[in-house]
Design a binder for this molecule. Structure first.
Ligand SMILES: Nc1ncnc2c1ncn2[C@@H]1O[C@H](COP(=O)(O)OP(=O)(O)OP(=O)(O)O)[C@@H](O)[C@H]1O
Length: 386
């Protein structure tokens, strides 16, 4: 049953509202002024609040401002007298859901409350869906290197330290970056990803820092860059070893000063961004070859997390295979296929490229081509080179 908090210093109004709304099936709590209202609001989760504007001690506007800070999701409907409609409009600008006038019109009151509740349900459903959709994939593995990585993530994520993630293609570097963000205090804000290798070098600066209209031929509109998009959150610079030297110089400045300049602009913009970078290259070798700035390398590599390839953590292969079998059989809507121990052993000893996607593809192939269970013959036929 939905619970509504009614805050009004006039006992008669509280009584009428309580009677009407209880009759409609709502559970009601009352408070005689803003102070008492705030106390109740802090202690209990309400589905909506009806709040008078003019009250002694804490008035309706003060209550609203404090309540929004505590929990902005609860719709607050202001009750305004004749003299304070302007204040009621102001309240809506400050975050109130709506206002109704005294004496309350029964229909309008009920419709406003119903709409407020519906909006709330929608907001909550969207949040849950988003949380589900963006749930970061679990990092599978119990081998020593993976345990060490998980442990480092726990320690480093809540700090502001920059992290450089190294390792071959497809070993799980991005997954590490996602967990670093997820477990940080920035998790409520964006994780913005840039694949530096995929963007032509003449466009990377505008991609990272944004541009003003007309700053170059194809800049038809003003555009904000990834640094600004990631403000308050984390910027994941993937394949940083492929970034041009001129972009590196600008990234260095952004890291040193916490400021960026859009391409074609003369004004600086302050940004609060935590940078996590990844590379499959040996950056120190790139420094030697004068492809990468040493000062930037030092800025980025406060913490280095190396993700080893599959062949260096074979202990994890059976667990990964079992997880992929669950997922893939589920996706295909077929009953869960089992793999014989010998088949599993063959795959564990196989010479993998290191890319976990390759292992997943192999499991998918075996699910499609094998019979009820996956045997060592299936592995010989469909995976191992003839
Ligand atoms: N430990 C793990 N457990 C489960 N899945 C994993 C694990 N590590 C990686 N994966 C999966 O393998 C795939 C490749 O991982 P990811 O994209 O993180 O690698 P990467 O090193 O960033 O790759 P690239 O070098 O291509 O950018 C992804 O689908 C990822 O979810």
């Amino acid at each position: 049953m939905a619970t509504i908090l009614i805050i009004d210093d006039e006992k008669a109004i509280r009584k009428t509202l309580t009677e009407i709304l209880s009759f409609e099936g709502y559970k009601i709590e009352e408070a005689a002024d803003g102070e008492e209202g705030l106390k109740k609001f802090k202690e209990k989760a309400f589905d909506a609040v009806l709040c008078d504007i003019k009250m002694p001690k804490i008035d309706g506007i003060d209550f609203l401002q404090k309540a929004v800070e505590i929990n902005a999701d609860v719709p607050i409907i202001m009750i305004s007298g004749h003299g304070n409609i302007e204040t009621a409009v102001e309240a809506v600008k400050k975050g109130a859901y709506d206002f109704i006038q005294k004496p309350p019109d029964l229909n309008r009151l009920l419709i406003t409350i119903r709409n407020a509740m519906e909006r709330n349900t929608l907001v909550n459903e969207t949040k849950t869906l988003k949380r589900k959709a963006f749930k970061v994939q679990e990092m599978i593995g119990e081998s020593e290197p993976i345990k060490k990585i998980k442990d480092t993530i726990e320690k480093v994520a809540p700090t502001e330290a920059r992290v450089l993630i190294t390792g071959e293609n497809g070993v799980g570097k991005e997954l590490v970056a996602r967990w670093l963000h997820e477990k940080s205090n920035r998790a409520g804000n964006a994780l913005v990803e840039v694949n530096c290798a995929a963007i032509p070098s003449e466009l990377i600066e505008s991609e990272l820092f944004g541009h003003e209209k007309g700053s170059f031929t194809s800049a038809i509109k003003q555009r904000i860059g990834k640094f600004e998009q990631a403000n308050g959150g984390t910027l994941f610079l993937d394949e940083i070893g492929d970034m041009s030297l001129s972009a590196q110089a600008k990234v260095l400045r952004a890291l040193q000063e916490g400021k960026i300049t859009r391409v074609g602009a003369d004004k600086d913009i302050t940004v609060d961004v935590r940078v996590v970078a990844a590379t499959n290259k040996d950056l120190l070798k790139e420094v030697e070859a004068k492809h990468f700035r040493l000062d930037l390398y030092h800025r980025l590599s406060v913490i280095v997390i190396h993700v080893p390839s599959l062949n260096e953590r074979r202990d994890d292969i059976p667990l990964l295979i079992e997880t992929f079998l669950d997922d893939i059989c589920d996706d295909y809507g077929v009953s869960r296929k089992m793999m014989s121990d010998e088949a599993m052993k063959l795959l564990q000893e196989y010479n993998w490229t290191g890319n976990i996607r390759e292992l997943r593809n192999v499991v998918e192939r075996l699910v499609i081509l094998s019979g009820k269970s996956i045997t060592k013959e299936d592995v010989r036929n469909y995976v191992l080179p003839k």
